[in-house]
Each structure stands twice: as structure tokens, then as C-alpha cells.
Design a protein around this ligand. Structure first.
Ligand code: FE
Ligand code: FE
Length: 192
């Protein structure tokens, strides 16, 4: 595939392998949750396509593509590769599908009202076979049982991790978590 070869030339070997793993993992989740497999494959493959763009170059491209930097991203430039990757996927890889571009855009932070495809790519990035951290088997198991449970679990872990390291929490991450939790509370109230 042309897209795969292009990506191979744009990122490190390690990142490329990770991208293939995320693609395969996203395809599995897409089958499980009846989401378009092709879209999951492309979003998974390209989610980190801007990962190798760093520092001034990343900032220059953000200006060029009119990507607005929020205050958190300004001081946490590693978060840039989501929004920037979405633009690169559109311009360099010819992707026009808004759902794919959204999944790439929000794969690092999550966001309010994530689509199933957003959730699949977010999770696949976290649990692909190359990842190793304590408790990952639990997240992998929940991921095929209930995707929202797995997303909440992953958001909680990420939020805890950022706080432990004294880092900045991106509002999109908090919004992603609140949205799903409020959805569930509202559902429970409706059932009473
Ligand atoms: Fe990433
Ligand atoms: Fe990734």
C-alpha cells in the first residue's frame, strides 16, 4: 500500500511498528463494535503520522495549517501531534473522511462526545500488543467487553499519571471522562 510506504518514510522504525499494531488492534475492535473496518484501519495506521515533527517545525506547521494552540498544548507540545497529524493525513495522505480525521485529531487527549471510531483508535493506541504496563491485560479484556468501561479506565489511568508527574491536564481529557459518566448517570436516572 502506498499509504503504508509513505508512513514508513515519515516516522521511526519503532513508531512505524507501533502504527501497524494500532491499525490491527483498531480493526479488531471495529469488527467487535460494528464500526467501518476500513476507516479504523486508516485512522489506526496514520494516527501518529506527525509524531516525528518536533519543536519549531511543528509550531511552524500549526501556524500554516491554522491549528489553534491552547494554553495546555503550548506547554505540552507532545500533544500537538494529534491535531497536526489530522492535518497531515488530510493534506499529505489525501484523507478527506471527517470521522478518520477526528479520530486522529483526538487520539492523544480524547474529547467530549467521542464517536465509536474515536474511542477505538484511542484505545487501540493504548492496548496494542507492543504496549507493556501493569494492568494492561485487564484493560485489554474490558476493551472487548464494554468499550466505555475501557475508555473510562484508560482516561482515569492517564489522568492519574499526569497528576502524579505534576503535569498539565488537557481539558479535552476531563471532558471525555465527564461526558461518558454523565451519559451513564442520566441513563440510570431515566430508568428509575
Ligand atoms: Fe500519538
Ligand atoms: Fe500512538
Amino acid at each position: 500500500y502506498e499509504m503504508t510506504n509513505k508512513l514508513k518514510g515519515a516516522v521511526t522504525k519503532k513508531r512505524f511498528n507501533h502504527s501497524i499494531n494500532v491499525m490491527n488492534c483498531a480493526v479488531e475492535l471495529a469488527k467487535r463494535y460494528e464500526v467501518d473496518v476500513e476507516k479504523a484501519a486508516i485512522a489506526g495506521l496514520l494516527h501518529d503520522c506527525a509524531k516525528s515533527i518536533k519543536g519549531d517545525e511543528a509550531l511552524r506547521l500549526c501556524e500554516k495549517f491554522n491549528i489553534k494552540l491552547d494554553n495546555v498544548t503550548r506547554f505540552q507540545p507532545s500533544l500537538l501531534h494529534g491535531p497536526l497529524g489530522s492535518k497531515i493525513a488530510e493534506i499529505e495522505y489525501g484523507i478527506s473522511d471527517r470521522e478518520i480525521l477526528s479520530a486522529i485529531y483526538y487520539h492523544t487527549t480524547g474529547c467530549e462526545n467521542m464517536s465509536l471510531l474515536d474511542k477505538i483508535v484511542y484505545l487501540a493506541d493504548y492496548i496494542e500488543p507492543g504496549r507493556r504496563f501493569p494492568g494492561i491485560e485487564e484493560v485489554r479484556k474490558i476493551a472487548v467487553e464494554n468499550i466505555d468501561d475501557a475508555i473510562i479506565m484508560t482516561l482515569n489511568r492517564t489522568i492519574n499519571y499526569v497528576i502524579q508527574r505534576g503535569g498539565l491536564l488537557h481539558p479535552n481529557t476531563v471532558n471525555a471522562r465527564n461526558f461518558i459518566m454523565i451519559e451513564r448517570l442520566a441513563q440510570r436516572q431515566g430508568n428509575n
